[in-house]
Design a protein around this ligand. Structure first.
Ligand code: OOG
Ligand code: MG
Length: 258
């Protein structure tokens, strides 16, 4: 890093999110953020939201599918924090005015019934799941043109801006290869399989436990964990209903207004 410290960078990122004005990528300046500094920036900027009254309610994984890695030209898994203010209820509306250049992607969500951290087996991750649901994540990079390095995106809470969760169901079925698709009105814009998420979305929980432990964190009982998108993301458009449908887990939708 050169002149700016993590606190100042966190203020810049937080300000961009609040004002919805995109900023330059830090990696395009003389600043060089390490990955661990980027996670510090993420923590400090989300702490600012918590100080404004938001609650930390979970975590999102990113780049757990090849489709997403290919779309964004990055290869390593990342994670970000979810707050209660980011949750949009299923059947609810979002306004494009609340974002810079939002995109949406089909995901799977888990709710935890026990804490999880460090090196855990697939079975230990399964045992920690209270409920599972189809979900969509609204990502919105605070960087110009939705372009970033791995450190840039991590500092920007891994682009997380909103999420919608469908109906929670008990985790008593195999979710490793369910058909999942996303529609804008009645047009299918993305389709794939949950197998695209690390061959099994539960594996994303294993990776989340491992990655947060590197930052001294624990996935908490009651938290929502987004496994990452199964497909590439789609730019949100005004006046569409976005629906995510899965074979076995059901569906959810939101309406997008201007
Ligand atoms: C980074 C976040 C990636 C996912 O599900 O893979 C992500 C981005 O694409 O802006 O949320
Ligand atoms: Mg995502």
């Amino acid at each position: 890093m050169s002149s700016l410290d993590v606190e100042t960078i966190a203020e810049i990122v937080d300000g961009a999110a609040k004002r919805r004005i995109p900023i330059e990528q830090f990696s395009k300046t003389e600043l060089t953020l390490s990955l661990s500094q980027a996670y510090q920036v993420q923590k400090i900027s989300i702490d600012k939201r918590l100080q404004r009254g938001e609650k930390l309610i979970g975590l999102k994984m990113g780049f757990t599918s090849r489709a997403k890695m290919t779309q964004m030209c990055l290869r390593d898994m990342i994670w970000g924090r979810l707050t209660d203010a980011m949750e949009v209820s299923s059947g609810g509306s979002v306004s494009l005015k609340d974002y810079v250049h939002p995109r949406i992607e089909p995901e799977v969500a888990f709710r935890l019934k026990s804490d999880l951290t460090g090196s855990v087996s697939l079975q230990e991750a399964i045992d920690a799941i209270e409920a599972v649901a189809p979900a969509m994540e609204i990502i919105d990079s605070r960087y110009k043109n939705f372009e970033f390095s791995l450190e840039d995106v991590v500092a920007d809470n891994s682009s997380s801006s909103g999420f919608v969760v469908g109906e929670w169901v008990a985790p008593d079925q195999d979710i490793s290869d369910l058909a999942i698709k996303m529609l804008f009105d009645d047009q299918v814009v993305q389709c794939g399989s949950t197998a695209a998420i690390l061959e099994n979305p539960v594996q994303s929980l294993v990776e989340a436990a491992r990655l947060v432990a590197l930052e001294g964190m624990v996935l908490k009982k009651g938290w929502v964990i987004l496994a990452g998108s199964a497909t590439a993301a789609e730019a949100l458009r005004p006046n569409v209903r976005v629906t995510c449908e899965t074979d076995e887990l059901g569906s959810l939708y939101i309406n997008v207004i201007d």
